[in-house]
Design a protein around this ligand. Structure first.
Ligand code: AMP
Ligand code: MG
Length: 398
């Protein structure tokens, strides 16, 4: 293994090779989690007409306080029956069109009604309880910029502004190939030396949030089955393998990828766990060779594969989003590699306190599954004392 790249350098090499995929129109019903490929602009002014913020009475501020005849009612979804003249009031529902001639709405709780008149005891300010035309956005104005992940609130914004089918980046097509003769699906009996396969399901569950997992298979450590599965996987936008990227005689992935025309960009990153990770490209296809140890696979996927899937969708800021916290107990540093320690997160007031868990070895997926955070412990001498600031990646949904 040549000199190890730093995590940042390795990520930069991945991201610069992740060119945005084509764009397609996506109905809002299916747009959650998608990334906008083009700026979305408002089809209409929003609000589209001056509307009432309250159930109450539309009137002229200059006529208050006073006793006013109620000359009509405006229901939501209906035009005002006519314009309002001086000295008049008109009943209005929240969201109703403020009639021409009115310049304020007084809430129903502030008046007394009797028959066809309403008494307004206090002066009402001009503009009170009226939502002005286009105060949220003007027709043609920006609703959501390109590169933004569509969250529920942004989907609502697009809907309200009349954008029915925003143009989103196509979802990356993903193939997952897990390697290892020892692997069996959970639920089946295990022979001597066999273990349950866990990386494939983990990767599928993680990556399907950021793309389309089209293929997932497990292959034994022989060249023919590697060749067949990897050749198929290379047809995807992103091929993710697990296992078989170290230096053992059964580690076949890199050699077969090279035979199939993949060009290796790097092999080996100064990180722990996950050092033997490899990254290659063939044409536009990105190929990640994750190490087989389950925690190494998880960390490699979070630090490199998920960001690449975001970048393929043109996301602004595709890099992992680290947050800031404080170590609640000491963390030993590795002299040569940045450590990504699994930790529990406790809150001290608003402060995130990170407590590295027992069992940091890279095969300990059950220990890792109890963690809330992946704490970045930069390489160096000695240890980081309790109380040191540290950045972490939330494992909340990983
Ligand atoms: P490798 O990177 O192939 O040398 O595998 C390293 C360790 O991870 C070995 O103990 C493997 O048995 C284990 N391993 C590899 N692939 C998987 C997998 N898909 N699920 C669970 N453990 C695995
Ligand atoms: Mg193996």
């Amino acid at each position: 293994m040549a000199a190890l790249l730093s995590v940042d350098e390795a990520l930069a090499r991945v991201l610069e090779r992740a060119r945005p995929l084509s764009a397609e129109a996506v109905p809002l019903e299916r747009a959650s989690g998608r990334t906008l490929a083009e700026d979305a602009t408002a089809v209409i002014d929003l609000p589209r007409f001056p509307s009432s913020a309250m159930d109450g009475f539309a009137l002229r501020a200059a006529d208050t306080p006073g006793e006013l005849p109620v000359v009509g009612r405006v229901a939501a979804g209906r035009p005002a029956p006519r314009s309002l003249e001086a000295g008049e009031a008109m009943g209005i529902a929240t969201g109703g069109v403020v009639p021409e001639g009115a310049d304020a709405v007084v809430p129903i709780e502030r008046v007394t009604e009797s028959g066809d008149t309403v008494t307004v005891p206090d002066a009402v300010a001009r503009g009170a309880n009226i939502r002005p035309l286009a105060a949220d956005v003007r027709a043609g104005g920006s609703v959501v910029p390109a590169g933004t992940l569509l969250t529920p609130s942004r989907i609502a914004a697009l809907a309200a502004a009349g954008v029915a089918e925003p143009r989103c980046a196509a979802l990356p097509r993903i193939a997952i190939v897990t390697t290892g003769t020892e692997l069996r699906p959970p639920g089946e009996p295990l022979g001597d030396g066999e273990i349950y396969e866990s990386n494939g399901v983990m990767l599928a569950a993680l990556l399907e949030r950021h793309g389309l997992v089209l293929e997932r298979e497990t292959v034994a450590d022989d060249e023919a089955s590697h060749r067949e599965a990897l050749a198929r996987g290379l047809e995807a936008d992103v091929l993710v393998t697990s296992g078989g990227v170290s230096v053992g005689p059964h580690d076949l992935v890199r050699g077969i990828l090279a035979e199939l025309g993949a060009e290796e960009v790097f092999w080996g990153v100064a990180m722990r766990p996950g050092k033997p990770i490899s990254f290659a490209t063939r044409g536009q296809t990105l190929v990640f060779g994750l190490p087989g140890n389950p925690v190494s696979s998880l960390v490699g996927a979070l630090l490199f594969v998920v960001p690449a899937l975001r970048a393929l969708q043109g996301a602004s800021g595709p890099a992992p989003r680290f947050e800031r916290g404080m170590l609640g107990s000491a963390a030993r540093r590795n002299p040569n590699r940045d450590d990504f320690q699994r930790a529990r997160l406790e809150l001290d007031g608003d402060r995130a306190v990170l407590l590295p868990i027992e069992g940091q070895e890279s095969h300990m997926i059950v220990r890792a599954a109890a963690a809330d955070a992946l704490v970045h412990v930069p390489r160096g001498k000695g240890e980081l004392a309790a109380g040191t600031e540290a950045r972490y990646l939330s494992l909340g949904d990983a």
